[in-house]
Each structure stands twice: as structure tokens, then as C-alpha cells.
Design a protein around this ligand. Sequence first.
Ligand code: HEM
Length: 403
Amino acid sequence: MTAISDETGIPEFPMDRAAGCPFDPPPQLRSRQEEGPLTRVRLRDGSTPWLVTRYAEQRALLGDRRVSADVTRPGYPSPARISGGSSIGFILMDDPEHARLRRMVTAPFTVRRVEAMRPDVQKIVDDLIDELLAGPKPVDLVEAFALPVPSLVICRLLGVPYDDHEFFQDNSKVVIKRDATPEQRAGAVGRLAAYLDGLVGDKLAAPGDDLLSRLAERVQAGELSRQEAGQMGVLLLIAGHETTANMIALGTLALLEHPDQFDLLRGAGDPKLVAGAVEELLRYLHITHNGRRRVALEDIEIAGQVIRAGEGLILANDIGNRDPAAFPDPDRLDLRREASHHVAFGFGLHQCLGQSLARMELQVVYGTLYRRIPTLRLATDLERIPFKHDGSVYGVHELPVTW
Ligand code: HEM
């Protein structure tokens, strides 16, 4: 049950999904959506931002320039505001700063450049599956496969040594941990920033064929401060591995729990079917489940309400992706549905920079893993799987599998 925090009857956010189906948003979010597109919720700090639950209003507001993602503004609905969240790059900034910085890192994420990486990603995936098949079982799919795939890919793209993966994976986990104290989060961001700063320094001395080297060149040209380069490195390193890793592991679990859908991919040689399956799993699982956070810069009239300037907004895209007005029979996992208009990558100015890369990685993984290990199955009961209720990215901590 969601806690009703005081006599006002305003429910607390985030809401608890532990009691419901592990792949569905909390049942309380569904009730909120049925109540109306905008309702109030209460955060731990006592503030009561708007909760936006319907797909149409979410897209309208995320695309509205009167809405700010600047974490330092009063009214921004997040504890990150008081823990120096702005030091993790342009995701928490507004234009023109956001656009200036984002432009400097878009090149490797275009569809063309991402497609050129596909053979490399296929090799990474094939090699890891070879190792799985040669190793002992059962095995934790998170550690042996789901985390290494996107970590290896983003390391190559950025020019980060993969040997340091334990260091950056552990610190990233703290940054996105919901209950981390401001000090813990700031400590982890600080360690990652110092690490990335060191790498930018190395690239200044000896540039390579990678994104950090391109940023180092901009530092040298005076277009970017070294601090900004390091902060962008932190953002790309965290965003580049945590999210995709959770989609690989949670997606696999969802498929194993829906055997008819799993069968479709097991025999899949059709890239179109695989690409559609990726979109549907992104929609259905929606792993960035604590909502997009924003604050209104001006009064905004929407859906019969007025959001006042300075009021916070939480756009709960997980329930937006289950809005029956946008996706008929939304709680059904249906790999053949047309789902690519989902909001799993957000919408508007801050829409995911790495979406083409994430899509390609997931297409390679979903198109290969179940074909090569068609008898893949859980090595424990669903009830024993530890779900990530404690982070801002949803998934599983471990996934014991066998075949
Ligand atoms: C399945 C995997 C992924 C999911 C579900 C995902 C989801 C998202 C979402 C929802 C946002 C919007 C945040 C907001 O509006 O506040 C976002 C932004 C972002 N993502 Fe991803 N992401 C994924 C993979 C990646 C990858 C592989 C990268 C590569 C580095 C990446 C880099 C970024 C960056 C840099 C932003 C900030 C964009 C901006 O503020 O302009 N993401 N992502």
C-alpha cells in the first residue's frame, strides 16, 4: 500500500510496487491515472509536486519550453537538488547550456555511427555467450552477461579501460540509489568525476580514437572546460551501461515468464520482429521508473489545471507507457505490437541521447541470446529474484539462469 502521509490524503511518491506484478507499475499509479492526468503527490522533503500520469500530457509537458530540467531551480522535485546533482552533466540543465554541451557528444550516437558498431557488438555478445556455454551453471546472468555487454560497449566508445569496470559500476550504483544520502551520492559522483578527469588528462597527452579524446581536443581548443569534459564523461559512462544492463536482465526475465513471447524470439531470424520486440519490451518494462523530474518556469494551463510557475512536476513515464489511450490492452506484453511511440527514452529536448545505441545493443542481445541458448530458464523461483526497488533504474540485482 502507498503511504498516505498526512491528513491531506496526498500519497507519497515513489509508490511501492513490491506487492504487485514485478513488471507492472505500482497499482496506485494506475489509480492515479484513472483519477486524472494531473494529481498531487508528496515527496520525502514534504513538497507536493504534480504527478503527470497520462501519455498525452506527458509528451505535451516534456516538449514544452516553459518546463525546466534545471535541478538547481527552487521547486525542482528531487533530493538531487540538495546533493549537487548538476555535477552529472547536461541532463539536469536547460538550454542554451544543455544544447551547447549535448552537441559536443552527439556524433558517435547517430544511427549511422551506431550501425557501424553493430559487428563489434555482435562479437562482444557472441564471445560472452561462448564463455557462458563453456562455464559452470547455474550462472548469474547479470554479472556474466547483462552488465558486461553495455559496459564493454560504452568503454570502447568513450575510451575508458574496461579493467576499471568494478570501480565505475560500484560508484554508478550509488549515484542512482534512491536512498543514498546526499553525502554518499556526492562522494560517488566526486570519485567518478576525478577518475574521468584523469582520463581526459591522459587523452590530452595521448589522444586515441574515442569520445573522451574528442572532448580533450575541445578542452585544448578552449571550447570546453576540463571540469565540463569530466562531468559529461560521468553522465555518459553511467547512462551508457546501467540502463541497458537492466533492460537485458529484466527483459530476459519478462520473456521467461511469458513463454509464448519467448518462443517468438527463440526462433527469430527476422530482424524486424526483433526490433519490434525491443520497442515493446522498452515500453512494457520502462526501467527509469521514478519519473522525469521538471519544474514549471511559467504558469501552464493543461488538462483543466493550472501548473503555477515554480511548481514541480513528476512525469511518470512508466504508467504513461501503460496508458490505454496510447496502447490498447496496455498491460499485455505483445512483441508483435507497434510500440515505438513509447516514452521509455523520454521525450523532448532531453530525449535519450544514447537511444540508437541502446536499441542496437538490445537488438543484438535479444536476437542472439535466446537463439543460441534456446533452453535458457530460471534457476530459481520468481519469488526469490531480488528486484531493484531501491534505485532510480528498475531491474534485478541477480538473475540465476541455467539451460
Ligand atoms: C535501454 C537503455 C536506456 C534507457 C531506457 C534510457 C532512458 C533515458 C531517459 C528516459 C532519458 C531522459 C531523461 C530526462 O528526460 O530527464 C535519457 C536521457 C539520456 N540518456 Fe538514456 N537511456 C538508455 C540508454 C542510454 C545509453 C546507452 C546512453 C549512452 C551514453 C544514454 C545516454 C543518455 C544521455 C546522455 C541522456 C541525457 C540527454 C539530455 O539530457 O539531453 N542512455 N535516457
